[in-house]
Every structure is written in structure tokens, then in C-alpha cells.
Design a protein around this ligand. Structure first.
Ligand SMILES: Nc1ncnc2c1ncn2[C@@H]1O[C@H](COP(=O)(O)OP(=O)(O)O)[C@@H](O)[C@H]1O
Ligand SMILES: [Mg+2]
Length: 259
């Protein structure tokens, strides 16, 4: 059996009177590209906050690389929907900042070399001196990915990282993240509410239910990449299946709100 790098075991969480998770359980395997797919508000972002020890659960057990989140968070790095770069530092400086915040006492020259290598890896070898305002949306997200990689995480958590980009850039970034994942061997946990995105990227998809949230379905995808959803009968079938489930979830959530 493959080693699991992250575990939710009957995790319970309430916000005030509302139960977000009653018993949420899943495991993530080392090196996997896992997509967490679910309707808006079901608790996808919240699950990443629990992993990073930004929020305690109300029950159950959570392990990050076998450790409680209070210790395991150091093995994680985030990429959010917006790149969250500091405007007064160039691309290189932003990646270095990620290391400065995580590694005390690391030599400046070493940080610089590492940041350069990572910016080359994400395709920004010629743009290291540019400030965020001079970079496109996709380029800024590449800086955020380099910054995440700079702290040597075992697991990269990505929260709808491409959803603010235009369609073409989004497609390019999906291909890029697969290349980077293949080159680095990191475990990626990628949150999305986009069925096609999950089918193009994932080794495995966890489909989450409405609240109280649990794993409704798990899909394993062995198809080679790059994947073409329109020319693979299996993927096309899975897309239809997921879209139908999604529609049901959204309708039942809507009914709930109307009561
Ligand atoms: N700090 C908070 N206090 C109260 N409710 C919250 C808080 N954070 C999130 N929620 C609620 O928890 C649910 C899950 O939120 P979130 O994880 O952001 O959903 P998703 O990322 O799946 O869209 C939502 O109903 C949201 O309104
Ligand atoms: Mg979210």
C-alpha cells in the first residue's frame, strides 16, 4: 500500500450553530495529484485551513505527514486564488520573501540561487526582475507557485489557483502545473469547483457533498496526460456523470436555503 501523507479521520467542525463537517474522512497518498471538487460553500477552503493548523477541528483526527497539524504545517505550502505578492519586491524578491519567512538563518546567497532556479522552473527565467504590476495574471501565479516550492514543502495546497485567470491562460497554467508536478514529485492537493479542471488534472477526485460535508464519491483517473475530454469516451462519460451530480448538489443546496 502507498504511504499516506495526509489524513482526515472522522473530522468534525462547526461554525456557530452550523455543522460544516460531521464525519469527514479521506487520505492523500504521497506524490498524488488529488483534486477536491465540491459545490460552493461545502468547506473546501476550510479543509485546507485545518490542514495548515489555521483552525482547530471540533472532533476527529487530522494528520499531516503523520504529525498533528501544529507540527505538520511546516511540510505544507499554499497557492491561493490571488497570488498575494508584495508589490514593492520584484519576482525574485517575492520568492526570497517566502524563504525568509520560513527559514531563519538561511544564507541570502543560497536563497537567491534557489529562487532563481525555481523561477526558471515555472517559466519566468527572463522575468525575475519584474515587479508584480509588470507581470500578467498568469505570471503572478507562477511567482506564487515558485514561492510555494521555495520552502521545500512535501505537499502543495492549491485553492482554486487558476479561477481568476482568463480561459486561455487557465488552460496553459493547467498544463504547466502538471509539468511542475511531474518534475518535482510533490504531492498536490488542488481545490476546485470546476468539473473539467478536476478531470484534466487529477489522479484522483474527491467529490464532496453539501453540508454537513462528507466524501460523496471518489474517482480514480489513470488516463495519460495531456487529456482531451472531448476525445476520450471514458472522460466524457465521467464529465457527464460529475456534472449531473453537481447539478443535484446545487439544486438541493438551493432548496435548503429556501426553507
Ligand atoms: N470563519 C468562519 N466563520 C463562520 N463561517 C465560516 C467561516 N469560514 C467559513 N465559513 C462557512 O463555512 C462554509 C465553508 O466555507 P469554505 O470552506 O470557504 O467553502 P468553499 O471553499 O467550499 O466554497 C461556508 O458556509 C462558509 O460560509
Ligand atoms: Mg473556497
Amino acid at each position: 500500500m502507498l504511504e499516506s501523507v495526509l489524513e482526515f479521520d472522522d473530522v468534525r467542525l462547526n461554525f456557530g450553530a452550523e455543522t460544516i463537517y460531521d464525519k469527514l474522512s479521506f487520505k492523500v497518498r504521497a506524490g498524488e495529484f488529488l483534486c477536491i471538487l465540491g459545490p460552493s460553500g461545502c468547506g473546501k477552503s476550510t479543509s485546507l485551513r485545518l490542514m495548515g493548523d489555521l483552525l482547530p477541528p471540533d472532533g476527529g483526527d487530522l494528520k499531516v505527514t503523520g504529525l498533528p497539524p501544529a507540527e505538520g504545517w511546516r511540510k505544507l505550502a499554499y497557492v491561493f486564488q490571488s497570488p498575494r505578492l508584495v508589490p514593492w519586491r520584484n519576482a525574485l524578491g517575492n520568492v526570497i520573501l517566502g524563504m525568509e519567512l520560513r527559514f531563519e538563518g538561511m544564507a541570502k546567497a543560497e536563497m537567491r540561487e534557489k529562487a532563481k532556479d525555481l523561477l526558471s522552473l515555472v517559466g519566468l527565467g527572463n522575468d525575475m526582475e519584474k515587479y508584480p504590476a509588470m507581470l500578467s495574471g498568469g505570471e503572478r501565479q507562477r511567482v506564487a507557485i515558485a514561492r510555494a516550492l521555495s520552502v521545500d514543502p512535501e505537499i502543495i495546497l492549491m485553492d482554486e489557483p487558476f479561477s481568476a485567470l482568463d480561459l486561455n491562460t487557465r488552460r496553459r497554467m493547467r498544463a504547466e502545473i502538471i509539468r511542475i508536478w511531474e518534475q518535482t514529485g510533490k504531492t498536490v492537493i488542488f481545490v476546485t469547483h470546476d468539473v473539467e479542471e478536476a478531470l484534466v488534472l487529477a489522479n484522483r477526485i474527491l467529490l464532496l457533498s453539501n453540508k454537513p460535508t462528507h466524501v460523496l464519491e471518489t474517482l480514480t483517473l489513470d488516463e495519460a496526460r495531456p487529456r482531451d475530454l472531448d476525445n476520450s469516451p471514458t472522460l466524457a462519460r465521467r464529465k457527464e456523470h460529475l456534472i449531473a451530480l453537481f447539478r443535484q448538489l446545487e439544486e438541493s443546496a438551493g432548496n435548503g436555503a429556501a426553507d
